[in-house]
Design a protein. Structure first.
Length: 213
């Protein structure tokens, strides 16, 4: 019997924690527990146990929220700076309803996000947990379908994805995935490619960056 084909990861969380191997709810607390850095451990050593547990729980939720990011969104953020894609999006606005296919040569998209979680006790900050997420997408022979200035489909191609999670500047988890796109992935109404470029990175310039090379 042929084993069922595993669905490609949709989010960074899917990539780092595969359903048949890992439970992010059980693993993440170990990654961000006070023992991960001496500074955080010292900051919480005199805090009551219930507050330490709450601090770990809230930081866990912050990590899960950071990782629950759509991988397609990283592609689009990079393509919003890709001259071929933007040129096609602009042309498509002059021919409403038509679809333009853009054959994208081998290129790399890199996105980084660096939010921070401040831990407060009685309104006083006792510690700061710095999170870092890096996503690198190496794209080969992929075709983008563009209509009315929007990405409406991703056609056959290959993509190697590497996602890395760091906490307080220490790498704690990194995984890779190789995706083969055998057909067409429709994107409904599509994702806007044109507009305010300052919004394309999602969390702001100081927290998130995306680039295509």
């Amino acid at each position: 019997m042929t084993p069922p084909t595993q669905a490609p990861p949709q989010t960074v969380l899917d990539l780092l924690f595969t359903p048949d191997e890992d439970d992010p709810g059980a693993i993440i607390p170990g990654l961000i527990s006070p023992d991960i850095t001496e500074d955080l451990g010292r900051a919480l050593e005199n805090v009551p146990a219930t507050l330490r547990e709450a601090a770990v729980r809230e930081t866990t939720n912050a990590v899960k929220g950071l990782l629950d990011a759509d991988l397609t969104g990283f592609l689009v953020s990079g393509w919003q700076k890709h001259h071929q894609v933007i040129a096609a999006a602009r042309r498509s606005m002059t021919a409403p309803g038509s679809i333009e296919l853009v054959n994208l040569a081998t290129h790399q998209i890199t996105a980084t996000q660096r939010p921070a979680v401040n831990l407060l006790v009685d309104n006083h900050r006792v510690a700061t947990v710095k999170l870092g997420l890096s996503v690198v997408l190496d794209v080969t022979a992929l075709v983008a379908g563009i209509r009315d200035g929007r990405l409406v489909a991703v056609h056959s191609g290959r993509c190697d994805i590497t996602a890395t999670l760091a906490i307080n500047d220490t790498e704690v988890l990194s995984r890779q995935a190789h995706l083969e796109l055998p057909g067409i992935i429709p994107l409904g109404r599509g994702i806007r490619l044109l507009g305010d470029q300052s919004l394309s990175a999602g969390l702001g310039e100081e927290a998130s960056r995306a680039s295509a090379a």
